[in-house]
Design a protein around this ligand. Structure first.
Ligand code: ADP
Ligand code: MG
Length: 228
């Protein structure tokens, strides 16, 4: 059974797509406040692992606990609520709503959890300031640089005070220097917020921002250890 002391713990996760076995029995523990990198080549199962851990997709087999609570047999409506309340997400691109200004993109998850528009907007502005985006509150995603847009995405992921932030190739659309800046701010702000981070990347330099890593190949974890 999954560890009860870990913030997030999974045992024996299996996920199939038709005849493809994307996850072939994966065990993962994520400790309180730790940053864990999930590495491996394209098609190895990294994103599928993130999707199953975060309740975006139901696993076919296996068990997942969040702070000791079994979250592996929830229906889609309950998984949706779980994600909204306990998790934040940063993807490669496309998670921001193009027609909304930055501050409304950031405020939205807080409003979906019941915050008033005024309170959510005030908190969104604070987060944008913390991420170095003062003055950008009214810009739409298309009016921001790629790095600025990812910092808005980090603010959006953190505004609800999540237990775990899941990031899937968050630097994948950025040049190396900008990717570096985004990783620095993602790891610092996530740690300062007390959230754990699960970072999926095929890039060893990006993985090195996390103290610990697991390597996935063909749906199996083939190595676990400290990042270089
Ligand atoms: P990675 O993120 O490491 O590149 P993925 O988790 O996206 O890998 O994919 C793992 C395997 O599962 C691949 O063979 C991929 O083609 C397959 N796969 C992933 N998602 C789907 C899906 N929605 N439908 C069918 N096959 C999928
Ligand atoms: Mg992927």
């Amino acid at each position: 059974p999954p560890a009860v002391h870990a913030r997030l713990a999974a045992r024996g996760l299996v996920k199939r797509f038709g005849t493809t076995t994307a996850l072939a029995g994966v065990d993962v523990d994520v400790a309180d406040g730790e940053a864990l990198a999930v590495t491996g080549p394209s098609g190895s199962g990294k994103s599928t692992l993130l999707h199953c851990l975060a309740g975006i997709l139901p696993a076919d087999e296996g068990a997942i606990r969040l702070r000791g609570q079994d979250v592996s047999r929830l229906n889609e409506a309950k998984r949706s609520l779980l994600r909204r309340k306990h998790y934040g997400f940063v993807f490669q691109f496309g998670q921001l709503l193009a027609e909304l200004p930055a501050e409304e993109n950031v405020a939205l998850p807080a409003m979906l959890l019941g915050a008033s528009r005024d309170d959510a907007t005030r908190r969104a502005r604070e987060w944008l300031g913390r991420l170095g985006l003062s003055g950008m509150e009214g810009r739409r995603p298309g009016e921001l640089s790629g790095g600025q847009a990812q910092r808005v995405a980090v603010a959006r992921a953190l505004i609800t005070g999540p237990s775990v932030v899941f990031a899937d190739e968050p630097t994948g659309a950025l040049d190396q220097a900008t990717g570096h800046e985004v990783m620095q701010i993602l790891t610092e702000t996530t740690r300062a917020a007390g959230a754990s981070l699960v970072l999926v990347t095929h890039d060893e330099d990006v993985a090195a921002w996390c103290p610990r890593r697991i390597e996935v190949r063909d749906g199996h974890i083939v190595s676990r250890g400290a990042s270089r």
